[in-house]
Design a protein around this ligand. Structure first.
Ligand code: HEC
Ligand code: HEC
Length: 285
């Protein structure tokens, strides 16, 4: 009985794209260029992937939202990337150092780095993402306080580092350490149904991909553009914030940022976007 109610709730929320008119039915067949550089928004899926083709969320957005991402001057997220650049050069902590003191020009030292994150961290024996790597350097190498989740410079500095890989294809090395077992855990979490609505990530981003849910066109839920600038919120949104928001939408309580659960999900969801260009900061509704 309860199950029937739940299924009809999703059916009510999901409108067949055909029924709402041609606008925003299938993902568009367009080329994204950013400042004249071509991005990979469609890639052949890696082996074992549920789809044949991996698609960037950009292909599912409206013409206006898509246009904002094509130029650094119109991309509202670029202001926060500039904040990130200032933080890169700012001396903080007891060691009297900035990020630049050790890493120099980020355009060189960070080029391509974030396209391969999360990585295996042999010291903590768990995957590390860019946010946690920044904190590690702040604590260990600068004698500075780590940033609390989504606070201080965490989002702008993460966006600045990821932006140095703009256009480069996402790829993870699952043979490092125990990455494979974290991938397994992340996959399990992806298909786990949660909340009063009894929905998994796959219920929306796999089974219903391409359909309309309320006013939203469901994408594959890729994270190649994070932190993304959301027009609704008017600022950058981190990966773990987005995950938590999607879990909350199933009316379930959500896990802590950087918890094992969300780190495993980040490993797995990053892999689902293998081959897509890093688009940070992407623009979304
Ligand atoms: C005292 C020197 C020092 C400072 C200052 C420093 N780092 Fe690091 N950073 C390192 C070293 C050494 C490594 C490699 C080993 C490790 O992971 O700790 C590293 C690794 C990194 C990596 C991973 C690179 C890769 O190839 O995977 C990133 C990203 C990074 N640092 C960002 C930052 C940021 C952002 C700051 C400023 C908030 C910063 N670092 C400050 C020394 C430093
Ligand atoms: C009830 C449906 C629903 C469920 C369940 C759901 N999402 Fe979403 N999600 C959305 C909608 C709607 C959006 C915004 C439109 C889009 O990009 O698909 C979105 C967006 C996203 C995005 C941003 C994509 C981009 O291109 O910026 C990510 C990442 C994401 N979801 C991941 C997840 C993960 C991981 C889970 C499972 C923990 C999940 N979602 C569960 C509905 C859902």
């Amino acid at each position: 009985m309860k199950k029937t109610v739940v299924i009809s709730a999703l059916a009510a929320a999901l409108t067949c794209a055909g029924a709402v008119g041609p606008a925003g039915a299938d993902p568009v067949d367009e080329q994204l260029t950013i400042d004249g550089e071509a991005m990979i928004t469609r890639a052949k899926a890696p082996e074992g992937h549920p789809f044949d083709e991996v698609l960037s969320g950009w292909l599912f957005r409206t013409v206006e939202t898509r246009a904002l991402e094509t130029d650094s001057f119109t991309n509202p997220g670029m202001l926060e990337v500039e904040t990130g650049e200032a933080l890169w050069n700012k001396v903080e902590g007891t060691a009297g150092k900035s990020c630049a003191s050790c890493h120099g020009d980020a355009a060189e030292s960070m080029k391509g780095v974030a396209a391969h994150y999360p990585k295996w961290d042999p010291e903590t024996k768990r995957p590390i993402n860019i946010e946690l790597q920044i904190n590690k350097c702040r604590e260990k190498n600068m004698g500075a306080e780590p940033y609390a989740f989504d606070k201080g410079g965490q989002k702008p500095l993460t966006a600045y580092i990821k932006h140095q890989s703009l256009g480069m294809p996402v790829s993870l090395d699952l043979s490092e350490g125990d990455m494979q077992s974290w991938w397994d855990k992340g996959k399990e979490r992806y298909y786990l149904r949660t909340g009063q609505l009894n929905l998994s990530c796959a219920s929306c981003h796999e089974v219903s991909m391409g359909k309309m849910i309320r006013a939203d066109h469901l994408s594959q839920g890729q994270i190649n553009g994070f932190p993304t600038y959301r027009l609704k919120q008017g600022h950058l949104i981190s990966v773990h914030n987005r995950f938590r928001g999607c879990i909350r939408d199933t009316r379930a309580s959500y896990p802590k940022a950087f918890s094992d659960e969300l780190m495993a999900l980040e490993v797995y969801v990053t892999w689902r976007g293998t081959g897509l260009s890093v688009e940070t900061p992407a623009v979304r509704q």
